[in-house]
Unconditional design. Structure first.
Length: 217
């Protein structure tokens, strides 16, 4: 059996370089690619079929949770481990619901990354040691009564439009990015605002950041 193949998905070059250098020193792992945004990650995962994707949650264009959902829906054997600065239970549970099998906090020790990679590659779900047990219990009983989030209120396409608008893309730029008409994007934006009870792009941006669909960077 050969080394575990890994795709690193993160929009920070320095972080990718550091993680790659550490992984390539290990006998049992091989980095087969790096990506810097969600759409590119989905494409690379389909093309390279790595054993593991180390996936940043906050990426431009398509966030890590949506990218994970698309990778999993492709039916490949690739398993996803999320990398995040957020220990908030919403990010953890939404990542697991999207199909991720691991969730690591970015400031963890490299030894924990290796432990997670080995655990997930063998089919075990791995959560960072510092994530509260209540998160696990909440996920185990997925609360039908849990507070609604962007991931339950909006459709996947609406979430994609919301992220792009929150990242400062114009309606025209968003329509080009998604290969649809400007009118379609305007319709999506109205539906998003109606569903959320929000009436300005500025408020949409704040909402997207709060829900983890976009970052302040």
């Amino acid at each position: 059996m050969g080394p575990l193949t890994i795709l690193i998905a993160d929009d920070h070059r320095l972080f990718r370089d550091g993680l790659r250098n550490l992984l390539e020193r290990q006998m049992g792992t091989r980095v087969v690619g790096e990506t810097a945004d969600g759409v590119e990650t989905v494409s690379a995962a389909g093309r390279l079929n790595p054993d593991i994707v180390l996936m940043d949650i906050s990426m431009p264009g398509l966030n890590g949770i949506e990218a994970t959902r698309r990778i999993v829906s492709q039916g490949a054997t690739t398993r996803v481990i999320m990398l995040s600065m957020h220990s908030d239970r919403r990010f953890v549970t939404e990542s697991l619901k999207a199909g991720a099998m691991g969730y690591l906090l970015k400031d963890c020790a490299f030894e924990e990354v290796l432990h997670a990679v080995n655990a997930v590659s063998s089919g075990t779900i791995y959560l960072s040691r510092r994530i509260n047990d209540s998160v696990v219990k909440e996920y185990a009983s997925i609360a039908r009564s849990a507070p609604q989030s962007a991931f339950s209120i909006l459709t996947p396409r609406e979430r994609e439009v919301l992220q792009l608008l929150a990242e400062g893309k114009s309606t025209k730029e968003t329509s080009v990015r998604l290969s649809v008409s400007v009118k379609t994007i305007e319709t999506h934006r109205k539906q998003i605002m109606d569903k959320l009870g929000i009436h300005s792009v500025a408020e949409l941006t704040k909402y997207a950041i709060r829900e983890g669909l976009a970052s302040l960077e």
